[in-house]
Design a protein around this ligand. Structure first.
Ligand SMILES: [Zn+2]
Length: 251
């Protein structure tokens, strides 16, 4: 009985953390100024008046639930180590792998309804080295950022080419392999580089527990400087994968 009040305090802390909600909301607003207007308590307010709850009040979630059904705050729960050397993440350390579907669908559209395709534009991948055309969304200036990244990667020595070309692709309207969740590729914000030197946890005997990476950090840092996160920083690693998530890179 003596412990009951503390149990109640802990219970209500789990239900909602207004400070964390405010911080998460401000980070999102700063990352997407074209779309987001303000944070109002536990609501993220979009410029068109849409309101989304930042903290769903369900507290810290087990990993699978965090991945499958994150609220806006959960997307920022794991810090993203921008710029650092590549290293094996700890178990289930997957910064950015949880995506709130309502948030990204509101931002980029529903690919199954043709809404994402309406905003895709062609970007020439590595104008000098490749010339491949890739479809990327123009929303939030993502296509312009991919073009800027492409120009910088094009200047790297030829020893980097096998990591960069051909790109395995950008826009695909499909769920993530092995799940029913929308892939970042379905929003037109992701790019996969060449598969020749790629490592993916699902391809590797030992799975996520056997971290592998060959991607040069120089390539990673160019993407990160433009607001892209890298799948090589995930316990469930996907080293050819990059996606535009400025709320995590702070860029
Ligand atoms: Zn990918």
């Amino acid at each position: 009985m003596i412990q009951l009040p503390w149990v109640l305090v802990a219970f209500f802390c789990l239900l909602a953390d207004p400070v964390a909600a405010q911080t998460a909301g401000e980070r999102l607003r700063a990352a997407y100024p074209e779309q987001l207007l303000a944070v109002d308590g536990n609501d993220l307010v979009w410029k068109d008046g849409t309101r989304m709850r930042i903290d769903d009040g369900r507290g810290a979630k087990p990993f699978e639930q965090w991945l499958a059904d994150p609220d806006l705050k959960d997307m920022l729960a794991i810090p993203y180590p921008r710029g650092e050397a590549a290293a094996a993440p700890t178990v289930n350390e997957d910064p950015g792998r949880a995506r709130n579907a309502a948030f990204f669908t509101r931002m980029y559209g529903n690919c199954a309804m043709g809404e994402v395709a309406a905003n895709l534009v062609d970007v020439v991948w590595l104008p000098k080295k490749s010339g491949q055309k890739l479809k990327v969304t123009r929303i939030n200036g993502v296509a312009d950022k991919v073009a800027a990244i492409s120009r910088l990667l094009d200047e790297l020595p030829a020893s980097f080419d096998e990591f960069l070309k051909p790109s395995q692709g950008t826009y695909v309207c499909r769920p993530i392999a092995g799940t029913s969740q929308a892939s970042a590729h379905g929003y037109g914000i992701a790019i996969d580089l060449a598969t020749r030197r790629a490592d993916y946890w699902r391809w590797t005997a030992g799975g996520a527990a056997k971290y592998r990476n060959q991607m040069p950090i120089e390539i990673v840092r160019i993407f990160e400087a433009h607001g892209f996160i890298w799948g090589g920083r995930w316990w469930h690693y996907d080293t050819m994968h990059f996606e535009y998530r400025p709320e995590l890179t702070g860029r």
